[in-house]
Design a protein around this ligand. Sequence first.
Ligand code: EPU
Length: 335
Amino acid sequence: MKISDNYSLLAHNTFKMQVSCRRFIELERPEEIVSLAAQHIFEQPFYILGGGSNVLFTRDYEGVILHPVFKGIELIKEDEQTITLRVAAGTEWESLIEYCVENQYYGLENLTGIPGLVGSAPVQNIGAYGMEVKDSILTVEGYLLPSVEPICYSAEDCRFGYRSSLFKTELKGRCFITYVYFKLSKEPHFNLTYKALSEELARQQVKPTLENIVRCVRSVRDSKLPDITQIGCAGSFFQNPIVSEEQFEQLHQQCSDLISYPAANGVKLAAGQLIDKAGWKGHREGDAGIYPKQALVVVNYGQAHPEEICQLYEKVISDVYNKFKVLLRPEVNII
Ligand code: EPU
């Protein structure tokens, strides 16, 4: 493992906040977590950081950051229709997508372009373009901290929901994920329920194949989301809110074009549309802004301080609440 003290996190958060941490530990093997426990490392504040693409650091972190760098994709089981992959937490999510395209494994293709590491994917049940990672996850392995008790959870144990799981609720910040097992199909089957994706396939006049879907998802993403190599951000900053049927009816009278999706416990709204309707899309205060092509994304155009980002997102939350009585919640982890 590699240990660095007073370490800059600039290269480890896609929001590009200029913050540092007291100690940064890169784990090269999963078992190293056990030796860290023996050194009483977990008796101080600690934070598990993957690719840093879903986090806003609001200040220097006065604790230990644990960052998995062990990588690898292993085919561990195969039958006529399916395969099971065991993927190490430190593997780049996009390299898993590339591996699947190369080998013609189906089930994750709509999730191309999502920044981050494989170990983070189950935490917030990453989802995009009609697909959620929970539908391909078989099990998740790791260690509970601070006890370093090994765990192996089935998809059901993980209690996946919209942008949520056991790792984001009861076990928040306490589970060091080491491996994710995916069950994927060897037979073509596609999810083209998301309109912009099927329209892009039609526009490019191509048939649904893994390669074409990946290409079309990337072009839809590029048309709406910032390139994180150019602009600091953490993807969707807010979750799409879920309101009661009753509140939805009232809101619908206020705005007849309100976008909604059925949800288990009510009606899910598009936070981006509410922020857009409230007039914040493209708004900029210094280097903090609301992305002009997708109002759900808060951006750092260069040198924004954490406080500027916080002031801006708090203003958005309060204005959307005043206008629609809908309380938006950040999707990113605010540390
Ligand atoms: N909309 C607006 N104005 C905006 C943004 C959106 O009117 O500024 C409307 C759109 O026209 C659309 C609806 O809101 O009808 C939903 O927008 P979109 O399809 O772009 O998706 P989203 O609900 O805003 C979610 C995910 C994204 C994911 C997309 C595509 C969340 C919090 N976000 O966004 O995830 O890429 O769906 O599936 O669920 C991420 O998590 O970082 C992320 C980018």
